[in-house]
Write a protein that binds this ligand. Structure first.
Ligand SMILES: Cc1ncc(COP(=O)(O)O)c(C=O)c1O
Length: 362
C-alpha cells in the first residue's frame, strides 16, 4: 500500500522524525485551511460550537479506541493531562516508575512527593515490573508504553495479565509514542488511564491530546471536590466535576478538530492495515539495522519491536544526516528515528546508504 501518497513529502526528504513530531496528511492541510477560513467568518457559527464540537471529537476518539465518551478528556497535550491526573490523586499512594522514562511522566510524580519504587529497564522489563509489583506492592504503576529514547515497547498482553493477577493495582500508561501504530482497545487493555499527545504517531499536529480513564480511577480523582456541592452556574451545568479540572476553560477547536481528522483518516485506512504495514516495514528495517550493527543491545534482544529505533551512530552525525535529507533527532547515545506509514523500504535503504557514506567520509 502506498501510504506515502497521502502526504506532501518533497523529493530528497526521508522523514524519520515521528518520535519528535509526525507529519500530517495532505487532507488535514485542506481541512485546516477551510476551517480557518470558515472560523474567521463573522456570519458563521463555528465559534459558538466549541463545546459540542469537542464532544464530537471525543466520541470519534472513543469509537476508535473503545472508550466511552464520559471516560475521555480532551487535553492540549500529555503533560497537561498527566499533571491534572496526578494532582487529583492522594499523594500518599505509592507509585512504581521506570528509570529513564519520559520526564513529563516521572517528574510530576516525584515533585508531588508520591512514594516511589523504581523499575530497571532492560530486556526483561516485564519480569522486572512483575517483581516490583509483587514484592513492593505499589498502588500505581506508571509507564510509557513505548520508551522515548530506547524505543522499548511494553508487552501489552503482559499488562492485561498483570491487571488480572493484581486486580487492585492501578496502571497508568503514556501512549504518546504508541497510539496510531496499531488497533488499541482501552476497556480491554488492563489500563486505568491511557493518555498522550496527538502530534506524533496520531499525526494531528500540536495542541491536542487525550486521557482515557477507567470508572474506578475516575471515582478516586479529586475525591474531595466530587463530594462537595457542585457549582450551580448554568454555564457549567453540562460539565462534570472532573471536566472542570481536565477541560477547564475553552478548547482550541482547530487543534482538536485536527485530531478528529486523524481519527477519520485512520478509520478510512484501517488501523489493522497500519499495523500490518508497519510490521512488515519494521521486519525489513530491523534486519538491515542488525546487519549493520546499528541496534541498541536491548532492541536486539527483545522480540517485541516498536516503531521507535535508537540507531547506534554518533549523535554528532546529526547535521550530516540532515544535509542528506534524513529527518531524525539525536537522543541518548545515538540518533533516534521512527518508522511510520509515510516511510517505506526505499527510505530504509537510503538511510543505510547515507550512514555508510558518512562513515566512509570520516
Ligand atoms: C513518551 C513520551 N510521552 C509524552 C511525550 C510528549 O509530551 P508533551 O507533548 O506533553 O510534551 C513525548 C514526547 O517526546 C514522549 O516521548
Amino acid at each position: 500500500m502506498d501510504y506515502k501518497s497521502y502526504f506532501d513529502i518533497p523529493e530528497g526528504i526521508s522523514y524519520f522524525n515521528t518520535p519528535g513530531n509526525g507529519l500530517l496528511p495532505k487532507s488535514h492541510h485542506a481541512w485546516r485551511r477551510q476551517r480557518e477560513y470558515d472560523f474567521f467568518n463573522p456570519k458563521g457559527d463555528l465559534r459558538e460550537q466549541q463545546g459540542p464540537f469537542i464532544d464530537t471529537v471525543k466520541a470519534a476518539f472513543g469509537g476508535m479506541f473503545n472508550c466511552p465518551t464520559a471516560n475521555i478528556f480532551a487535553v492540549p497535550n500529555f503533560s497537561f493531562g498527566f499533571n491534572t491526573l496526578m494532582e487529583g490523586l492522594d499523594s500518599s499512594l505509592s507509585c512504581a516508575l521506570l528509570h529513564e522514562d519520559y520526564p513529563s511522566l516521572n517528574y510530576p510524580v516525584l515533585y508531588r512527593g508520591f512514594p516511589v519504587e523504581w523499575i530497571t529497564v532492560d530486556a526483561a522489563i516485564e519480569t522486572n515490573i512483575r517483581a516490583v509489583v509483587a514484592t513492593k506492592k505499589p498502588k500505581i504503576l506508571l509507564l510509557s508504553i513505548v520508551q522515548y529514547v530506547s524505543g522499548v515497547k511494553i508487552d501489552l498482553d503482559f499488562i492485561k495479565q498483570l491487571r488480572n493477577d493484581f486486580p487492585d493495582l492501578l496502571i497508568i500508561g503514556d501512549a504518546t509514542q504508541y497510539l496510531g501504530t496499531e488497533p488499541f482497545d482501552f476497556l480491554a487493555s488492563g489500563f486505568d488511564a491511557v493518555g498522550g499527545s496527538g502530534y506524533k504517531w496520531l499525526m494531528a499536529g500540536f495542541g491536542n491530546g487525550y486521557f482515557m480513564v477507567s470508572d474506578r480511577l475516575k471515582a478516586m480523582l479529586y475525591a474531595k471536590a466530587q463530594q462537595m456541592d457542585r457549582p450551580t452556574e448554568a454555564m457549567w451545568s453540562n460539565k462534570t466535576i472532573l471536566n472542570t479540572f481536565f477541560e477547564p476553560g475553552h478548547q482550541d477547536t482547530l487543534s482538536h478538530g485536527t485530531l478528529l481528522q486523524s481519527i477519520n483518516f485512520f478509520n478510512a485506512i484501517g488501523l489493522e492495515n497500519v499495523q500490518a504495514y508497519l510490521n512488515e516495514l519494521r521486519d525489513y528495517a530491523y534486519q538491515a539495522f542488525k546487519k549493520h550493527n546499528l541496534l541498541l543491545p536491548i532492541a536486539e534482544q527483545r522480540a517485541l519491536k516498536s516503531s521507535v529505533v535508537n540507531l547506534q551512530i554518533p549523535p554528532e552525525w546529526y547535521p550530516q544526516l540532515l544535509e542528506l535529507g534524513i529527518r531524525c533527532f539525536p537522543r541518548g547515545g545515538g540518533i533516534r528515528i521512527g518508522l511510520h506509514i509515510y516511510n517505506d523500504k526505499t527510505d530504509i535503504d537510503y538511510l543505510i546508504k547515507s550512514i555508510e557514506r558518512i562513515k566512509n567520509e570520516l
